[in-house]
Design a protein around this ligand. Structure first.
Ligand code: ADP
Ligand code: MG
Length: 283
């Protein structure tokens, strides 16, 4: 099994469950509010680690309480935090407004510093799987170096380098479907469509009662990478992505974790020595 290298945001979330998004000048009362771990990079890293993968997180936190909470969360989930840099300034933090149908609206609070981090390209081995959970053009050289060294490099769009094997992201994130990479486009409750070599294949989502879709795309990406890392086919990877996403949207969490997977009906979901767990197996 290859190592996973997840480059992306690590954030502290304030989730507010509301009846509706307030119109300009209006008031809404949150029915429930909770602070919890999140960030697209951390969400992917935790899901893969819970499944039993060796996961290296590459990103940053600030020297503050949110940063300490996130470092603790990642470490407790078994994620290697050696390459999580502590920067002066704030840990990323977002406010999530979550509507009754599970749809979420995100407000970022602090300036994002991800583009300033150093990517440890030398530590990545041939065959390792790299995923950029956020993309900045300043990552181009690192992506090319890791691909040239034999890593399988993937990204959210635009991931603008031919080094990218797979681009994985939601429909809104693609300004165009790339011609040289395989694009895996998620479409919320509709599922996902894979574009490759001029062809497209649609995969419907697994019907679920969504209560909080925060992190759905991250769980999808993690499931897909887990499938590919386990030598699964593209189809097996997409099906695993759909399964991990379905589990995540059923719980009030940004991450696919023990609680969310077990609420999705999988017993003992994240026990690392539990190879029989269907959620973590290629179909
Ligand atoms: N309301 C929903 N019901 C069922 N599955 C969902 C729902 N929303 C998202 N998903 C699943 O999560 C995947 C990613 O969701 P999507 O909304 O496209 O990504 P993002 O989290 O980036 O907005 C979808 O392909 C689908 O499998
Ligand atoms: Mg969505």
């Amino acid at each position: 099994m290859p190592d996973f290298w997840i480059i992306g945001p690590i954030a502290w979330d304030l989730a507010l469950y509301v009846d509706r998004i307030p119109a300009s000048g209006h008031f809404v009362q949150a029915g429930e509010s909770v602070e919890r771990p999140g960030g697209t990079g951390a969400n992917v890293a935790v899901a893969l680690s819970q499944a039993g993968g060796r996961v290296n997180m590459v990103g940053y936190v600030g020297a503050d309480a949110a940063g300490r909470n996130m470092t603790k969360t990642l470490t407790a989930a078994g994620v290697d935090v050696e390459h999580v840099q502590v920067l002066p300034g704030h840990t990323s933090s977002v406010v999530l407004l979550i509507e009754p149908n599970g749809e979420r609206t995100i407000i970022g609070i602090h300036t994002d510093l991800l583009h300033t981090i150093t990517i440890p390209t030398d530590a990545v081995a041939p065959g390792d799987i790299v995923y950029f959970a956020a993309w900045h053009d300043s990552f181009t050289t690192a992506a090319q170096t890791m691909a040239a060294a034999g890593a399988l490099v993937t990204s959210v769009p635009p991931g603008t380098t031919p080094a990218m094997r797979y681009l994985i992201g939601s429909r809104n994130d693609f300004s165009a479907i790339p011609e040289d990479a395989t694009a895996i486009v998620t479409e919320g409750a509709k599922g996902a469509t894979v574009y490759s070599s001029g062809k497209s294949d649609h995969y419907p989502s697994i019907p679920t009662d969504a209560v909080d879709t925060t992190g759905a795309g991250d769980a999808f990406a993690a499931g897909f990478l887990w499938g590919i890392g386990n030598k699964g086919t593209l189809t097996e990877g997409v099906n695993l992505g759909l399964a991990w996403a379905a589990a995540t949207v059923q719980t009030k969490s940004s991450m696919l974790n023990a609680t969310s997977a077990s609420k999705a009906g999988v017993s003992d979901p994240c026990h690392r020595e539990s190879p029989s767990n269907p959620l973590f197996h290629t179909p």
